[in-house]
Write a protein that binds this ligand. Structure first.
Ligand SMILES: Nc1ncnc2c1ncn2[C@@H]1O[C@H](COP(=O)(O)OP(=O)(O)OP(=O)(O)O)[C@@H](O)[C@H]1O
Ligand SMILES: N[C@@H](CCC(=O)O)C(=O)O
Ligand SMILES: [Mg+2]
Ligand SMILES: [Mg+2]
Length: 443
């Protein structure tokens, strides 16, 4: 949908919209917003709404705090879960400095910069389809989340075993009303775990969609008395939640990853894109897997990857090439989790893949065996490296990868590293329940 300022002003009036939420995302992936009333819409579409950037983590210092919201008019959508009179709409915004320049710390700007590079290299679209998994947990008497799941169902189960289907139905319908094309919705492997897949779009729209998706899932779960979480590994011993990221580059309206003459149906660009991802995936991990908890998902045995390999079908590999070819030819990166900032994540995936294409890199041979069954010696023989084991290792890997640092830009990289280092230090000094269980009696 392509809207003008006049379209927005007219829709606000005609659709009985009373509040418009101007949204943006901070560098740590938290959605932020300020609500304005319909009387202010003209100011908003003319980029005149200001906010205090110094109160947003990782944005600016107090002595340079004024920042402006420039709405992306095409993102106009009405929240179906809010009242039908005096409705609530949203506009996703870019953040700008008072001099009118894009703010270098705005994650949306970081992605736009990476997309420009793809355009300069002759690609007209970077298409992305994410698979963001989540858990539905019961709440306690005070409405606080527990880790009790709301069902005991497993992969593809249905009601009455699957107690989440009603909530998933409401999420799908709300998202469709907001313009999403929902492709599939199902119970995932772990108890209380779910997945809803929506159609791929260009990376900027997909990053916006991921933020909207998370908001819709959390809001509608809450309306059903449940707590939805995108925490990567909420429970030890069962599957965690990933956000597999399906990617393709298009050139002249055609999928540039498809080559019918190649034995695997993949183009030179596709192979180089895979090689670029493999070369930078360790440096990208602090962004694609941003939490201390993320690294508890990336362990063998739970369908989450931990080793650097690619394969045309193998789900134990970090990168899988799903069977579809032609316009659906895509590279699936399986490491990212849904706690990540999708703008930064997609900027890094694209930059890594383009680096592979630019340098003409070729990936190692594909690995068809189950890597989880290989011991360390077998992995070494295959030359298979591992993802970082912890957030700390991931921060070091990020600092050692100039392409990743450059793609994030100085401002985002410095603030991100500082924030993540603090998070790691905080974790290291806390005494966990595991330590108490293990040591309190014997020592
Ligand atoms: N050309 C393309 N480029 C990018 N994404 C695409 C393309 N074609 C399809 N997709 C997207 O890929 C995603 C596929 O999700 P789907 O759940 O089918 O994948 P899957 O990896 O086979 O599933 P799972 O990992 O759960 O077994 C969807 O979001 C879809 O829109
Ligand atoms: N939940 C698994 C993925 C399961 C799947 O293949 O859909 C993960 O952590 O990545
Ligand atoms: Mg899944
Ligand atoms: Mg997948």
């Amino acid at each position: 949908m392509s809207y003008s300022k006049e379209d927005i002003i007219r829709m606000v009036k005609e659709e009985d919209v009373e509040f418009i939420r101007l949204q943006f995302t901070d560098i740590f992936g938290q959605l932020k917003n300020v609500a304005i009333t319909a009387s202010q819409i003209e100011k908003a579409v003319n980029d005149q709404i200001m906010f205090d950037g110094s109160s947003i983590e990782g944005f600016v210092r107090i002595d340079e705090s004024d920042q402006y919201l420039y709405p992306d008019l095409d993102s106009f959508a009405i929240f179906p879960w809010r009242p039908s009179h005096g409705r609530v709409a949203r506009l996703i915004c870019d953040v700008h400095d008072p001099d009118g320049k894009p703010f270098v710390g705005d994650p949306r700007h970081v992605l736009k910069r990476a997309l420009k590079r793809a355009e300069e290299m002759g690609f007209d679209a970077f298409n992305v389809g994410p698979e963001a998994e989540f858990f539905l947990f019961q709440t306690d008497d005070e409405g606080k989340p527990t880790t009790r799941t709301n069902d005991e169902a497993g992969y593809f189960d249905l009601g009455p075993l699957d107690h989440g289907e009603g909530t998933r139905r409401e999420i799908c319908m709300a998202l469709e009303q907001m313009g999403f094309e929902i492709e599939a919705s199902h119970h995932e492997v772990a108890q209380g775990q779910h997945e809803i897949d929506f159609k791929y779009a260009d990376a900027l729209r997909t990053a916006d969609n991921i933020m909207t998706f998370k908001l819709a899932v959390k809001t509608l779960a809450q309306k059903n008395g449940l707590h939805a979480t995108f925490m990567p590994k909420p429970i030890f011993g069962i599957n965690g939640s990933g956000m597999h990221t399906n990617m393709s580059l298009f050139q002249g309206g055609k999928n540039a990853f498809y080559d019918p003459d190649d034995p695997k149906g993949l183009s030179k660009e596709a192979y180089s894109f895979i090689a670029g991802l493999l070369a930078h995936v360790k440096g990208m991990a602090a962004v694609t897997n941003p939490l201390v908890n993320s690294y508890k998902r990336l362990v063998p045995g739970y369908e989450a990857p931990c080793y650097l390999a690619w394969s045309a079908s193998n789900r134990s590999a970090l990168i899988r090439i799903p069977a579809a070819r032609g316009q659906s030819t895509r590279v699936e990166l399986r490491s990212p989790d849904p706690a990540c900032n999708p703008y930064l994540e997609l900027a890094l995936c694209l930059a890594a893949g383009l680096d592979g294409i630019e340098k003409g890199l070729t990936p190692p041979p594909e690995v068809t065996e189950n890597i989880f069954d290989m011991n360390a010696a077998a992995r070494k023989a295959h030359g298979i490296d591992s993802l970082p084991d912890s957030l700390e290792e991931a921060i070091h890997a990020l600092e050692a990868d100039p392409l990743v640092l450059d793609t994030l830009g100085e401002h985002v990289a410095a603030n991100y590293i500082e924030g993540k280092r603090k998070e790691w230090e905080e974790y290291c000094t806390r005494v966990s329940s595991w330590e108490r269980e293990k040591y309190i009696i014997n020592y």
